[in-house]
Write a new protein. Structure first.
Length: 204
C-alpha cells in the first residue's frame, strides 16, 4: 500500500458556478486512492460556494501557498451564469500562475482550461476542453488536441467535458501512484477510461 506521504498534496478549487461533476468526481476518485485532497476556494471568495446545479458547500480553506497538485473545474463559460468567466476576471488566474511558477502541477476539467489559459499556462501548449469551447481555447493560444480525452503535458494536465473528470482523475492516480493504482481506481468506479490520453509533447 502506498505511503500517503508520497502522494501529492492536492487541492480542488471551488467557486460559485463550478460544474458539480468536474469537481466532485476528482475529489471522490483521488480521496479513494488515498491522495491527501481537500476542497478550497479563491481567497476573496466567501466560504459558502454554490455549484452550477445548486449544491451549496461550506469551504473554509482557501487555495494554499504550495500544494503539489491543483484541480480546476469548469462551469459558467458556455452561458451567462457565474463560474469560469467571472473567475477569469478575478484573482484566480494570477494565483494559478503563481502556483505553477512555484512548481505546482495544474490540472483542469472541461472549461476550467479557460482559467488556465487566462493564467497564461496554455500558450502554445497541447490542451483540451469541453468540445463546445475548443475554438475559444484555440483563440486563447492553446495547441488544441480536439480528439483527446485527457492531455497530460507534465506540469499542466487538461481534460474534456464533465464526464472526462473521471478519466482525468484516473490518469492522475496512475501518474502519481502507478498504473496498477490507476487500474484499481477505474475498477472501483466500475468505469472504463475513455481515450485517448495524450502524454507529453513528444508523443503527441
Amino acid at each position: 500500500m502506498t505511503d500517503t506521504r508520497s502522494l501529492p498534496l492536492t487541492e480542488i478549487v471551488l467557486f460559485d458556478g463550478f460544474d458539480d461533476l468536474d469537481a466532485i468526481a476528482p475529489l471522490e476518485v483521488l480521496a479513494a486512492a488515498r491522495f491527501p485532497v481537500r476542497p478550497v476556494r479563491p481567497s476573496a471568495h466567501p466560504p459558502l460556494v454554490t455549484s452550477a446545479h445548486g449544491l451549496a458547500i461550506q469551504v473554509p480553506d482557501t487555495l494554499g501557498p504550495a500544494p503539489d497538485l491543483v484541480v480546476v473545474p469548469g462551469g459558467g463559460w458556455l452561458d451567462d451564469a457565474p463560474g469560469v468567466r467571472s473567475q477569469s476576471a478575478g484573482e484566480l488566474p494570477a494565483a494559478l500562475a503563481g502556483l505553477h511558477r512555484r512548481g505546482t502541477v495544474i490540472a483542469s476539467v472541461c472549461t476550467g482550461a479557460m482559467l488556465l489559459a487566462a493564467a497564461g499556462l496554455l500558450e502554445g501548449r497541447p490542451a483540451v476542453t469541453n468540445r463546445l469551447a475548443l475554438d475559444a481555447l484555440a483563440a486563447a493560444g492553446a495547441d488544441v488536441r480536439r480528439d483527446a480525452r485527457v492531455v497530460d503535458d507534465g506540469d499542466v494536465v487538461t481534460a474534456g467535458g464533465p464526464a472526462a473528470a473521471l478519466d482525468l482523475a484516473i490518469r492522475l492516480v496512475a501518474r502519481f501512484d502507478g498504473e496498477d493504482a490507476g487500474a484499481r481506481a477505474a475498477r472501483r468506479l466500475e468505469h472504463g477510461p475513455v481515450g485517448p490520453v495524450l502524454v507529453g509533447v513528444g508523443t503527441l
